[in-house]
Design a binder for this molecule. Structure first.
Ligand code: PLP
Length: 405
């Protein structure tokens, strides 16, 4: 029989967060091992419950949720999203500019698929949330990574961005707050990115899914609020700020210079129609979530569980010799560095695999986030403080043994 091969479109597509090491972890769990998972930002499984009013409203609306909706989504949640963009000072957004999707993920892929032809380039941060790189590749484009500078609190390196622009560059992806680094970009940095986009007529894809998960009273600025003469696609959703990853409720808002983008927008509408609509129960949750009590504040504010866990994880991690880490200002992640002189790692996937099999702690290797060297990993600080303490004890023992090799 002829072998059945995956399509060539997938040749350059990579998504390691759910990759081979995770499969190994699943196999170990099936064999009865208890693994501490610091690998996925899935809040609900760590007992971060969604706001009760969202759950109740979804249950109440279940009977009304059996039909297809408008391809872009139901009117009421799109209107709530439109109001949300007004709160964030994004100008000129109408209901027609709002697309609801099965999570932001679906819309990320849609946004790239509608845009890219073979050879088109998209600037994507390194490190990145790897779906962005994968979506560009899957859509036939070429991801070109710009560096975020660890020595500058992981800010995008504007000179690096400029140096990587070619006549084929179509767009730039900005993930703010950032996964995996936890960085939050100040207005000045965002303005510089806008200026580059303006000069080179780039579309800005702004992934702002963690825009309410902010520590130390930090404030978030939507990059789309900074200009009306650049085209922005801003992505957000309920998954993180409302602990509802499984409801698959995300959205995308088109704003700024839309007049020259009619054809692209037609493409977006076509793809939105082809997938018929986003799941209706998830759509019902959006209006309630955005208009209701913002309980995320109780988790990230003084005494909040997420704040405590971030502080503990950062402290325990940076106590380990040869490990440094920029303290995250937002989101659910840290992206520590292992000093290569102390930990000469050649293959970070192998390193993470060994940690898993020897200590039963699951992390994701830095190269899984398109980081350029095998000297980082990502930590998700969602497990409770007991589990975090246990996990970092195990990581510390593993690294001690590694130093003695
Ligand atoms: N964007 C970023 C930066 C993320 O970290 C994630 C999920 O981890 C997503 C998008 C996907 O979000 P959704 O659950 O809405 O598909």
């Amino acid at each position: 029989m002829r072998p059945i091969l995956k399509s060539q479109k997938l040749a350059d597509v990579c998504y390691d967060i759910r990759g081979p090491v995770m499969e190994k972890a699943k196999q170990m769990e099936d064999e009865g091992h208890k693994i501490i998972k610091l690998n996925i930002g899935n809040l609900a499984v760590f007992n971060f419950d969604p706001p009760d009013e969202i759950v109740q409203d979804m249950i109440r609306n279940m009977q009304n949720a059996a039909g297809y909706t408008d391809s872009k989504g139901m009117f009421a949640p799109r209107k709530a999203i439109m109001h949300y963009t007004q709160e964030k000072h994004i100008h000129g957004v109408t209901i027609e500019d709002v697309y609801i999707g099965n999570g932001a993920s679906e819309l990320i892929v849609m946004g790239m698929n509608a845009l890219l032809n073979g050879g088109d380039e998209v600037l994507v941060p390194a490190p990145d949330y790897p779906l962005w790189t994968a979506a560009v590749s899957l859509s036939g484009g070429k991801p070109v990574h710009y560096i975020c500078d660890e020595t500058a609190d992981w800010m995008p390196d504007i000179d690096d961005i400029k140096s990587k622009i070619t006549p084929n560059t179509k767009a730039i992806v900005v993930i703010n707050p950032n996964n995996p680094t936890g960085a939050l970009y100040p207005v000045e940095v965002l303005q510089q990115i806008v200026e580059v986009a303006r000069q080179h007529q780039l579309i800005v894809f702004a992934d702002e899914i963690y825009d309410k998960t902010l520590y130390d009273e930090a404030e978030h600025t939507s990059i789309a609020s900074l200009a009306d003469d650049v085209l922005f696609l801003t992505l957000n959703g309920l998954s993180k700020n409302y602990r509802s990853c499984g409801y698959r409720a995300g959205w995308m808002v088109v704003s700024g210079e839309k007049r020259h983008a009619k054809d692209y927008i037609e493409g977006l509408n076509m793809l939105a129609s082809m997938r018929l609509c986003a799941n209706a129960p998830g759509q019902f949750a959006i209006q309630t979530a955005l208009g209701g009590y913002q309980s995320i504040q109780d988790l990230v504010g003084p005494g909040g569980r997420l704040l405590k866990q971030r502080n503990l994880a950062h402290q325990l991690l940076t106590e380990i010799p040869g490990v440094t880490c920029v303290k995250p200002k937002a989101a659910l992640y840290m992206f520590p560095k292992l000093d290569p002189k102390i930990y000469p790692i050649a293959d970070d996937q192998q390193f993470i695999h060994e940690l898993l099999t020897e200590q039963r702690v699951l992390l994701v290797q830095g190269t899984g986030f398109n980081w350029i060297r095998p000297d980082h990993f990502r930590v998700v600080f969602l497990p409770n403080t007991d589990d975090l303490t246990e996990a970092f004890g195990r990581i510390s023992r593993f690294l001690e043994a590694y130093r003695k090799r």
